[in-house]
Design a protein around this ligand. Structure first.
Ligand code: DX5
Ligand code: ZN
Length: 224
């Protein structure tokens, strides 16, 4: 089953609980929270206190994407704040294996993220340690960008590595996914699809989630 995961980056932060309830009425059971520090990326967003407040407002799975320098220093704080899964960038981790193990020890799923220009081959050996992998389909930092097409080749390559190693870990994609490219994204091999502006900037976010789930299920049925 393909998960459509709304990214709250494009939601109205003054009405966050309401915005979350809307996408949950559409069927979303996972939410994506983007943490940015103004160093690893040129933008600033939220920290653990906001994750803690969101945790109180929903039972959905909270998928926290750390776009920060030295993520190992803060990862446990986000698990304690209520994250169910925590994503750290390969490009920001000096000791990736140790940070993934730390997240798992704290009780959350540990995910590794690659920026568009980082090849999936760097994951060859660490794939068994990660619970899931996120391939960025835009350069991280901002919502509303266009999907970079070559990332779908990376998805296919990673799906091949997963098959060869007999692993079942979900492949997640983040950035520029809309109704019109969702079928290609799912057919490339993505299981978890993050999408922000396509949902929250649409006229009816509840219905857009439903529509995306319908398209994803149709695309997946052809792939299987
Ligand atoms: C961008 C973030 C994304 C962002 C995606 O750096 O990681 O999660 O919210 O937004 P859209 O779907 O608008 O590209
Ligand atoms: Zn993200």
């Amino acid at each position: 089953m393909i998960e459509i995961i709304p990214s709250i980056l494009s939601a109205d932060f003054a009405r966050l609980a309401e915005e979350i309830a809307r996408v949950e009425r559409g069927g979303a059971t996972m939410l994506h929270l983007d943490v940015m520090d103004g160093h690893f990326v040129d933008n600033l967003t939220i920290g653990p206190p906001v994750v803690e407040s969101v945790r109180k407002a929903t039972k959905s799975h909270l998928d926290v994407h750390l776009m920060i320098e030295n993520p190992g220093r803060y990862a446990a704080d986000f698990v304690h704040a209520g994250a169910n899964s925590v994503l750290v960038h390969y490009e920001a981790c000096r000791h990736l294996d140790g940070v993934l193990e730390l997240i798992k020890k704290e009780g959350a799923m540990a995910g590794v993220v690659l920026c568009p220009a980082t090849p999936v081959s760097v994951l060859e050996d660490v794939l068994e340690v990660a619970d899931y992998v996120l391939l960025m389909s835009v350069n991280p930092g901002f919502g509303g960008q266009r999907l970079i097409p070559y990332v779908l080749d990376k998805v296919r390559k990673l799906a091949g590595m997963r098959r060869a190693k007999k692993l079942r870990l979900p492949i997640e994609i983040d950035g520029g996914v809309h109704l019109d490219n969702l079928t290609d994204v799912v057919r490339a091999g993505c299981d978890w699809v993050v999408t922000g502006s396509a949902i929250f900037h649409s006229a009816d976010p509840e219905n857009t989630v439903r529509e995306m789930q319908r398209i994803a299920a149709g695309a997946n049925a052809v792939t299987c």
